[in-house]
Design a binder for this molecule. Structure first.
Ligand SMILES: Cc1cc2nc3c(=O)[nH]c(=O)nc-3n(C[C@H](O)[C@H](O)[C@H](O)COP(=O)(O)O)c2cc1C
Length: 192
């Protein structure tokens, strides 16, 4: 197994606007591998233009905002070496160019070469509430695939970590996830 960097990938839509989406980017030296499920906008964008920025963030509201649809208008600045944008909030980011695709009907693999890496802010340590929001965001993005009871049980465990260790941003992000879960239909939910 390879290390997965839970990142926010920013692609460009057909109009050239930035589109952020949380993605697990797989380290497979010398490549970074992007594996968006079909259908997704990120996948369409990568097929149309072979560039993206991979953003390493500690503001977990970005993960929660994107998967709940609550907020996607995160500030961006132009990328340096590729056509595109990176998140203003990124602690660091990679600029990548897709150099090969492993086709798959469900989840093709985009093999990307890192053309630029830059660091912007210090990393101030791990945090359990941020981890909880990350896990909660993944569960919300898979609500349509998972049994509702399983998601609710996981939320009960993760909620404790938020109560113990969150700051204001983590609390806000967690509240968005709780709202998305509460809004979802009781049996199996469609993504919000
Ligand atoms: C931490 C995290 C990692 C994710 N990793 C992936 C991934 O590797 N592939 C994927 O298709 N979706 C992944 N998702 C779900 C996508 O972010 C979500 O489906 C998103 O809406 C992408 O769709 P879009 O490109 O249409 O916006 C992840 C979500 C989270 C919170």
């Amino acid at each position: 197994m390879s290390l997965v960097r839970e990142s926010v990938v920013v692609t460009l839509d057909a109009a050239g606007r930035p589109h952020p989406a949380p993605l697990g980017v797989i380290e497979r030296p010398p490549h970074l591998v992007l594996a968006p499920f079909r259908p997704s906008r990120t996948l369409d964008h990568l097929e149309a233009r072979p560039f993206a920025t991979v953003n390493y963030v500690d503001d977990v509201r970005i993960f929660a905002g994107c998967v709940t649809g609550r907020r996607r208008d995160w500030s961006v600045v132009p990328a340096e070496r590729i056509p595109g944008f990176r998140l203003e909030a990124a602690l660091a980011h990679s600029e990548v160019e897709v150099v090969a695709v492993e086709p798959d009907p469900l989840r093709p693999r985009f093999l990307a070469r890192e053309v630029h890496f830059a660091s912007h802010r210090p990393f101030l340590g791990l945090n359990r509430a941020r981890h909880a929001v990350l896990e909660g965001a993944i569960l919300i993005s898979r609500l349509h695939l998972l049994p509702r009871g399983e998601v609710e049980a996981a939320f009960r465990r993760l909620r404790v970590l938020v109560e113990k260790t969150a700051g204001p941003a983590e609390r806000e992000a967690w509240a968005w996830l709780e709202e998305a879960l509460a809004r979802a239909p009781a049996d199996r939910a469609g993504a919000p």
